[in-house]
Each structure stands twice: as structure tokens, then as C-alpha cells.
Design a protein around this ligand. Structure first.
Ligand SMILES: CC(C)(COP(=O)(O)OP(=O)(O)OC[C@H]1O[C@@H](n2cnc3c(N)ncnc32)[C@H](O)[C@@H]1OP(=O)(O)O)[C@@H](O)C(=O)NCCC(=O)NCCS
Length: 423
């Protein structure tokens, strides 16, 4: 049984604290799924499962998939949440493929949502323990006593960081380290960032990126948000060169311009078996041929996962890089994109890291991220995988392309790659 991707839409991707700031990840997920159901005209009773990704979990509603499903699908449709950092929507999509190919589901909705405008603020462990003791205390004195021994700093709120729990290193610091180790220059990073904005601006003005976006009317005054708001039509190499390094202020090269911004957004895709597509009258956009997840030591080149995952996904598809017509690579940082492309070109990397006699290779640059990438469009962690899948499939159709490749790097040293074939 083959799994097909039939349709997909997303909200606009907006910088955190801007147009979508009043919507939670659950709100954004509901909007994406509602829009997918309305536009694809799928009967919600046909859906067998909802799978949704999120990275920054809401502690009060940890299974975001179920919350989204309860508002959009019959209550009898089971739903589960997946988390594989920046590859979370990719995990939702490949889990959907697995369910369909095993014959356990015919029709699945998969996607992801992230609101980085709503980061949960929690309390320190000592304060949490004191609060629990106070709640159990039987007297006023016991309640007051529960807080004895707390230091002023225990009262400070805590927030999740975009950092590796094992090493303490932030993604930005890891990108900075990769830039240094792989000798990726500041100029090369700025050029990639400029390319990302120029191509995304082009894809917006000619309407290609807009076709994947469903406008959002944001309560309470229902202002319309219908396009990604981080794309800069006004940026230039000169403007990028002026920006100060963020993660290593003295010797660094990674700036706000060459990093993906902190973003809100959601995406949702409709997948079904070929048999269901035929029976329900859907023309698939593409089939998932293969995929691969890899992991490396987070203390090594944290965001180099794509260079390890791509050759495995290609092998599993029985294809080589020469067969790939179009590629979408998640852009966490320009330094990460360029480090991965460099590794893919390198015979030495292929031999040392992969035990291969030939470099992995990559398609010509004109076939990679042809409408820009996460640096310009934005990166709501768990929604990005849905965006790049739809960007790729829609563009493959426009170009009459045969095979496409997706790669994503993810925290924890993980990498993802997926080969899709046009239907
Ligand atoms: C890098 C980062 C810290 C920057 O955050 P920020 O300071 O809020 O970013 P801003 O958008 O405000 O940009 C900072 C400045 O650079 C300017 N700038 C950013 N991109 C620019 C561009 N392409 N051209 C010109 N100027 C630009 C902004 O205008 C702003 O200038 P101002 O201070 O004069 O207003 C943040 O985006 C980040 O942490 N990104 C990485 C996220 C991450 O780790 N993701 C995980 C990846 S897997």
C-alpha cells in the first residue's frame, strides 16, 4: 500500500510577538486543520487519525493533536502528538505514511504548530517543591514553613531555552562553532541569507508561496494576516554586513540576518492510501518514496544531520543525488546550510563519516530552496516540516519534476531526509 500526499496548507509564518501573537499553538493548529478540511473538501468522518507535532509544549494540554482534533474532527478520531524538534512535522508525516502503509489507516491528517509568542514560564524546582509542600500543609504555620530556606534566586521564573540540555550549547552557538570549524565565511553566510530573502520575496510577489498559505483573521479585531512577515524586500549585502554577531560577539559571524527568526505558525497535510485517493476522488500531489532519520553527538557538529540522512534516504529510494530535480533544505542558519552542502560535496566527509567512496553530492544551487527558506520565511519549529513538504510538492508540479528531496536538521544532533516522487 503506497501513501500519497494529497493536499496541504499552512498559516502565514509570522515573527513571534507580531501578527499571530494572540493565538496559541493549539489555536494555530486548529486553523490549519480547519482550512485543510474546508479546502480539500475531505469529509472529516473519513479521517482515521490526526498526528501533530509541537516542540514547546503547553504543560496544560500536552497532547496538542487531541486538542486540535477535538475542535476539528469527529471526537472518535484518535490523535497523538510527536516531537522531534525542528523535524516534528516531518515525524508526523512519516508516522502517517507508516500507518497508511501498514494498512492501519486510510486517511491521516499530519502537521505541526508552534507559538513562540507563548513560551511557558515555569518556576524553579525549590519553589515548586515549596508550593507542593504548602498545598499539603494542614496549618498556616506549616504553609509558611514550606517556604523556609528559599533563596531570592529560587523565586525567579524559568523559561525553556533553545539550547541542548546535554551540552548547554544554544543552536546559535552550535551554528557559530560549525562556521568556524568548516571555515564558512561571514560573507558566504550573508550571501545565503540575501538569497533566501530575494527568492522568498520573488515567490511571494509571483504568488507561488501565497498558494500554500491560508489567511488568518486574528481575533479580537479580526485583522487579516495572509503572508509571511519576516521576508525582507529591503535587505542587501551591505545591510547584512552591518549586523553584529549574536552568539559570539567578539569573534563570531552568525547574525540575526543569517539565522532563522523566532516564529509562530502551523501547517497541516492530508495523506491517504492510493486506494483511498482513488475511492474518494483525489489526485495525489506526490508519494513518499523513502525517508531516514539520523543522530550524531550533540557535542560534535550539531546541525550537520542532513549530510548523514540524505544518502540513507536516497539509498532507500534506490536513487542518487543526480536523480533529484528539486530540493528543499530547512535553513536553521546560513552557516548550517553551507556546512551541510560542503559536507555533501566532500569526498573526505563521505569516506570518513559515511564509509562511502564517492561524495553524497547535491543538486545544483538553482534547484535548492527555489523560493528561499526558513531564514526569510521563518521557522515555527514544529510547523516547518509541513511547509517545506508542500513548498516542494507544489513546485515539483509547476516544474513537472520527477523526484524531490527534503532535508531538516534538528536539535539533539538529529537529521532527517525524505525522497518524494511526483504523482
Ligand atoms: C538571532 C536572534 C537571536 C535574533 O533575534 P532578534 O534580535 O530578536 O532579531 P531581530 O529580527 O530583532 O533582528 C535584530 C536586528 O537585525 C536586523 N536584521 C535582521 N535581519 C536583517 C536583514 N536580513 N537585513 C537587515 N537587517 C536585519 C533587524 O532589523 C534588527 O535591527 P534593529 O535592532 O535595528 O531593529 C533570533 O532570531 C534567534 O535566536 N534565532 C535562532 C533561532 C534558533 O535557534 N532556531 C533553531 C534553529 S534549528
Amino acid at each position: 500500500m503506497r501513501a500519497s500526499i494529497v493536499a496541504g496548507w499552512r498559516t502565514p509564518f509570522c515573527k513571534a510577538g507580531t501578527a499571530l501573537k494572540d493565538l496559541t499553538a493549539i489555536d494555530l493548529g486548529k486553523l490549519a486543520v480547519r482550512e485543510l478540511i474546508a479546502r480539500s473538501e475531505i469529509d472529516p468522518h473519513e479521517v482515521d487519525q490526526l498526528i501533530f507535532g509541537t516542540v514547546v509544549h503547553n504543560p496544560h494540554a500536552p497532547n496538542i493533536a487531541r486538542e486540535v482534533g477535538l475542535a476539528t474532527l469527529p471526537k472518535s478520531v484518535p490523535a497523538f502528538t510527536v516531537s522531534r524538534q525542528c523535524a516534528s512535522a516531518n515525524q508526523a508525516i512519516t508516522s502517517a505514511v507508516d500507518l497508511i502503509e501498514r494498512g492501519y489507516a486510510r486517511v491521516v491528517i499530519a502537521g505541526g504548530a508552534e507559538s513562540l509568542s507563548h513560551i511557558p514560564i515555569t518556576v524553579s524546582d525549590p519553589l515548586a517543591q515549596s508550593l507542593t509542600r504548602a498545598a499539603k500543609a494542614k496549618s498556616v504555620a506549616g504553609r509558611v514553613g514550606a517556604f523556609r530556606g528559599l533563596r531570592p534566586r529560587d523565586l525567579l521564573p524559568t523559561q525553556p531555552q533553545i539550547a541542548e540540555p546535554t551540552t548547554g550549547e544554544s543552536m546559535g552557538e552550535a551554528a557559530e562553532r560549525m562556521a568556524k570549524e568548516n571555515r564558512i565565511s561571514r560573507q558566504a553566510q550573508d550571501e545565503w541569507a540575501l538569497r533566501s530573502h530575494r527568492l522568498a520575496a520573488q515567490g511571494t510577489s509571483d504568488g507561488r508561496l501565497l498558494t500554500e498559505i491560508a489567511a488568518v483573521y486574528v481575533p479580537p479585531d479580526y485583522q487579516v494576516s495572509d503572508r509571511d512577515n519576516g521576508i525582507r524586500t529591503d535587505t542587501s549585502l551591505e545591510a547584512l554586513a552591518q549586523l553584529k554577531p549574536v552568539f559570539d560577539r567578539k569573534f563570531g559571524s552568525v547574525t540575526a540576518g543569517s539565522a532563522s527568526p523566532i516564529t509562530d505558525g502551523a501547517s497541516a497535510l492530508l495523506l491517504m492510501s492510493d486506494e483511498a485517493a482513488g475511492a474518494l476522488g483525489y489526485q495525489p500531489l506526490g508519494h513518499v518514496v523513502s525517508y531516514a532519520y539520523t543522530a550524531l553527538d550533540p557535542g560534535a557538529q550539531l546541525l550537520q544531520g542532513p549530510a548523514y540522512a540524505a544518502p540513507i534516504a536516497l539509498d532507500r529510494a534506490g536513487a542518487t543525488m543526480e536523480d533529484i530535480d528539486l530540493m528543499e533544505m530547512h535553513e536553521a542558519f546560513a552557516a548550517q546550510v553551507l556546512s551541510n552542502l560542503q559536507a555533501m560535496e566532500s569526498a573526505e566527509f563521505a569516506e570518513r563519516e559515511l564509509g562511502r567512496t564517492k561524495p553524497v553530492g547535491h543538486p545544483p544551487l538553482e534547484s535548492i530552496n527555489v523560493m528561499g527558506g526558513s531564514i526569510a520565511i521563518g521557522h515555527p519549529f514544529a510547523a516547518t516540516g509541513g511547509r517545506i513538504t508542500m513548498t516542494l510538492l507544489n513546485e515539483m508540479r509547476r516544474r513537472n519534476a520527477g523526484l524531490g528531496l527534503i532535508t531538516v536538521c534538528a536539535a539533539g544532533g538529529m537529521g532527517f531526509a525524505m525522497v518524494v516522487e511526483a504523482a
